[in-house]
Design a binder for this molecule. Structure first.
Ligand SMILES: [Zn+2]
Length: 146
């Protein structure tokens, strides 16, 4: 399925494990796992970012992490609606991954967030800018109801 939708993604298909192209659906990030030193890194590269080993295998990260830092962006390139929140999320497997939040709801450092599919921007051509995005886990059950 991901082959069909890949051209609509603005991030490479090997970054995500996604079953359905729909806003708010849970997704998992695909990391690299070094078989020599154990480092887990995102995105996955063929070579380990720590030791340089080429003995790396793909690893699907858990869909949840802990907010490490965040800020609000007020000035952005065309096709991005401001303001929006961005931040770094620490995953249990090790990587610290930058991403944008689905909305501006309040969140605090240390809160649990989950990874979902969202529209990062709308291109002038009308092309969707699908990407992984973060949302606080506490609001996941109410998302889409209002
Ligand atoms: Zn390594």
């Amino acid at each position: 399925m991901i082959e069909d939708i890949n051209k609509e993604f603005i991030i490479p298909e090997n970054w995500l494990k996604v079953e359905e192209l729909k806003e708010g659906v849970r997704v998992n990030l695909m990391a690299g796992h070094c078989q020599d030193c154990g480092t887990v890194f995102f995105p996955a590269y063929q070579r380990c970012i720590k030791c340089g080993s080429e003995q790396c295998k793909p690893l699907v990260l858990s869909g949840k992490g802990t907010l490490y830092s965040e800020t609000v962006v007020h000035q952005a390139p065309n096709n991005f609606s401001t303001p929006f929140r961005v931040g770094y999320v620490l995953f249990p497997e090790g990587p610290l991954v930058f991403g944008q939040f689905v909305d501006m709801r309040e969140i605090q450092i240390g809160d649990q967030v989950e990874v979902v599919l969202g529209k990062l921007r709308e291109a002038e051509s009308g092309e969707a800018g699908w990407a992984y995005m973060y949302q606080p886990t506490a609001i996941s059950s109410t998302r889409g109801e209002n």
